[in-house]
Design a protein around this ligand. Structure first.
Ligand SMILES: Nc1nc2c(ncn2[C@@H]2O[C@H](COP(=O)(O)OP(=O)(O)OP(=O)(O)O)[C@@H](O)[C@H]2O)c(=O)[nH]1
Ligand SMILES: [Mg+2]
Length: 318
């Protein structure tokens, strides 16, 4: 997983010029699973840099998305949803979020408009109150799912939950208040030059984006615990000689043989569907035709096994 040292990234690029008063820096999105953090980051960036799904715990790594403006460069660090960890993977994700919080200029705490504030939110609010040096902005997300009265109620409830630098209602789906969110977050960044080249929307390597797109495709239609059990690794990715085609060899890991059967489906039908959904997304991302070889493998109980976690790339983050 990510080697998270944002300080290393604070090296200014040799930019020819940037306007006086230009701001740049990092905002971290935190909140319970499934509250719309990744969807909101994608909407602000203007491109899908993180996968999303209606399954909790979709995001498992910190993903950086970059918002370019005339007056600022805002680097959003999307994090895995915080919840009570039940596995070693869960614990690692939890500590990943904690280590991210101390490195950013502003924290955005996401709470959905349509759900009552629960124990999970209270727990996170308490954690954030301990980050005394970093301003926290509360974002009430998914406002399109409820009526205006409910949004007002939720704004009030959130204001009682802690001390916030600002509270902003927003809907990524409806494009409501996206500029306001960006304005508010940029207002908390220090003055300084851009940290990423113009137009760069993420610093995720292509292999990682591809693996995530395959995982996203595989989440559709699976139930219960299975989404948690799926991990994807791109083993090899290279342009085929003399052809406008990229060959991608990827492995989709599950934890048990019974899950393997589910993912593959009757006569391989499900796996073929996942492959073609993923391929369409990957071709759009890479701007090239793609041959995707997708194998399903079992890595027994990988979420609880330190060795397997390392193999699947979840070790460098703590
Ligand atoms: N109606 C509506 N749905 C939204 C909005 N934002 C996100 N969603 C949906 O909510 C679900 C969760 O979105 P994600 O962005 O994956 O949530 P997350 O907070 O990143 O979840 P984790 O990565 O699991 O922590 C998805 O099905 C999204 O399509 C919104 O503004 N309006
Ligand atoms: Mg997410």
């Amino acid at each position: 997983m990510d080697d998270l040292d944002l300080e290393k990234l604070r090296v200014p690029l040799p930019m020819p010029s940037y306007p006086e008063g230009f701001r740049s820096g990092f905002a971290c999105f935190v909140g319970r699973p499934n509250v719309g953090k990744s969807t909101l980051m994608n909407a602000l960036v203007g491109q899908k840099v993180a996968i999303t799904s209606n399954r909790p715990q979709t995001t498992r790594r910190t993903v950086r998305g970059i918002v370019h403006r005339d007056d600022a460069q805002l680097i959003i660090v999307d994090t895995p949803g915080l919840h009570k960890p039940r596995t070693l993977l869960g614990e690692r994700l939890d500590s990943l979020v904690r280590s991210t919080l101390v490195e950013v200029d502003v924290i955005a705490f996401c709470i959905p408009a349509g759900e009552p504030i629960g124990r999970g939110d209270t727990y996170i609010a308490r954690e954030l109150a301990a980050q005394r040096d970093t301003p926290v902005v509360a974002l009430v997300t998914k406002t399109d799912t409820v009526d205006r009265a409910r949004v007002s109620e939720q704004l009030l409830a959130v204001s009682r939950l802690g001390e916030w630098a600002d509270i902003v209602p927003v809907s990524a789906a409806a494009g409501f208040q996206l500029d306001t969110v960006a304005d508010v977050l940029c207002g908390h960044l220090p003055e300084g030059p851009p940290l990423y080249p113009d137009g760069e929307l993420t610093d995720e390597p292509d292999e990682m984006l591809v693996a995530e797109l395959i995982r996203e495709a595989s989440l559709e239609g699976v139930r219960d615990e299975l989404p948690h059990s799926i991990a994807v690794v791109v083993e090899e990715m290279a342009p085929r000689e003399g052809r406008d085609l990229i060959d991608i060899y990827a492995s989709l890991y599950v934890e048990r043989p019974s899950q393997k059967a589910i993912v593959i489906g009757s006569k391989g039908a499900r796996l073929r569907e996942v492959g073609s959904r993923a391929r369409a997304q990957i071709e759009a991302l890479l701007g090239s035709r793609v041959y995707l070889d997708l194998r399903v493998r079992v890595a027994k109980d990988w979420q609880r096994d330190p060795k397997q976690l390392r193999r699947l790339g979840f070790d460098q983050q703590v």
